[in-house]
Design a protein around this ligand. Structure first.
Ligand code: R5P
Length: 286
C-alpha cells in the first residue's frame, strides 16, 4: 500500500500507476491550537510505502513521526519512505561553533522509523553515500540528472550545461552524459542571499547555456551565474534544477536576470515542473 497526504495526490497517482501499489490517503485534522491528528486507513498490510516530499519540512517531519509510529502500532513490519525531496541535507557540518548538524539529526530521525528511505538527488557534499546521512537499513539516492540531460539533448544548437559550483559537478556531469558539453563554475557564498560566481575557462560567447543544479531556493545562485554567463556573451541562458524550492518572487527575479526558461522535476510541485520522476522512483521501488 502507498500512503500519501492530500497535497501529494497527483504524484501518488503516478507512483501507484508506475508500481501497481494501492494508493490510500492519510487523513489530517488540524486542531484550533495547530496540533495535528492523523488517521490512517485500516487495516494496513505488513508492507507500506509512505510518500512525503520534504519541502517546507518542519511540520511534515512531525507528520512522519506520527505516521510511522502509528503504522508500527497497527502492525506494519516494513516501512519505506519515498521523499522525492529530502530536506536538511545541506547543513552537513557545524560551520560555526554551536551549530546543529541538521543532516545527521534529521537523517537519524528518519532512519529510526523507516526501514528504507528513497530520495532523488539529495544534497550530499562532504559525504559519499546517503547511508552516511540516513543510516536506515537501506538508503537509496536516485538521480534525475539523466532525465534533465535528455530534456535538453535534442535541442539545436546544442546547449552547454553549466554547474554553478563544485558541488554541482556530479549532477551536471551526469546530465551531460556523453552527448552534451559541460563545465563548472566556482562559487563563494557569504550569506543566504549573497553569492559570488567565477566562470570556468570555456568559450560562452554565442552559446545556449543551461545552468544545472540540484536545488534552487532564493534563486541567488542561478541569478549570479546567469549574470556572469550573459556578461560573457552567452546567447541564451536557461536553468534546470531537480528541486524547485523557489517562491513566485524568486522566480520573477530569475526572469529579470535574463533566465529565459526554468525547468524542474516534479519532486517539488512548482510551475516549472517539466520532468516527471514517478517512473524513476517506481522502478527503484519495484
Ligand atoms: C548549494 O550548494 C546548492 O547546490 C544550491 O546551489 C543552493 O542551495 C541554491 O540556493 P539559492 O537558490 O538560495 O542560491
Amino acid at each position: 500500500m502507498l500512503l500519501h497526504f492530500d497535497d501529494e495526490a497527483l504524484f501518488a497517482g503516478s507512483l501507484a500507476q508506475a508500481t501497481g501499489l494501492e494508493a490510500r490517503q492519510v487523513h489530517r485534522h488540524r486542531f484550533p491550537d495547530g496540533e495535528l491528528k492523523l488517521t490512517l486507513p485500516v487495516p494496513l498490510p505488513s508492507d507500506v510505502v509512505v510518500l512525503r516530499s520534504l519541502h517546507h519540512p518542519n511540520e511534515k517531519l512531525v507528520e512522519l513521526v506520527l505516521l510511522a509510529d502509528a503504522a508500527r502500532a497497527l502492525g506494519v513490519r516494513r516501512l519505506t519512505l519515498v521523499a522525492p525531496y529530502l530536506a536538511y541535507m545541506r547543513q552537513d557540518k557545524a560551520f560555526h561553533p554551536g551549530e546543529a548538524v541538521s543532516q545527521l539529526i534529521i537523517g537519524r530521525l528518519l532512519a529510526e522509523r523507516f526501514d528504507t528511505v528513497l530520495t532523488v538527488d539529495p544534497h550530499l557534499h562532504r559525504i559519499a553515500v546517503l547511508e552516511e546521512a540516513v543510516p536506515a537499513r537501506r538508503a537509496v539516492a536516485l538521480s534525475a540528472a539523466p532525465l534533465i540531460g535528455a530534456h535538453f539533448a535534442g535541442r539545436m544548437p546544442q546547449p552547454l550545461l553549466l554547474g554553478p559550483d563544485a558541488e554541482s559537478e556530479r549532477w551536471v556531469k551526469a546530465a551531460a552524459g556523453a552527448q552534451l558539453d559541460y563545465a563548472v563554475c566556482t562559487k563563494r557564498r557569504s550569506g543566504d542571499h549573497d553569492v559570488r560566481i567565477e566562470l570556468p575557462d570555456v568559450a560562452l560567447r554565442g552559446r545556449h547555456v543551461v545552468l544545472v543544479d540540484d536545488v534552487a531556493s532564493t534563486g541567488g545562485t542561478l541569478i549570479e551565474c546567469a549574470r556572469r554567463t550573459l556578461g560573457a556573451g552567452a546567447a541564451r541562458v536557461d536553468a534546470a534544477v531537480t528541486h524547485a524550492l523557489l517562491d513566485a518572487a524568486a522566480e520573477a527575479r530569475l526572469a529579470a536576470a535574463g533566465i529565459q526558461e526554468l525547468v524542474s522535476t516534479d519532486t517539488v510541485p512548482h510551475a516549472s515542473n517539466r520532468i516527471g520522476v514517478a517512473a524513476l522512483v517506481g522502478n527503484a521501488l519495484r
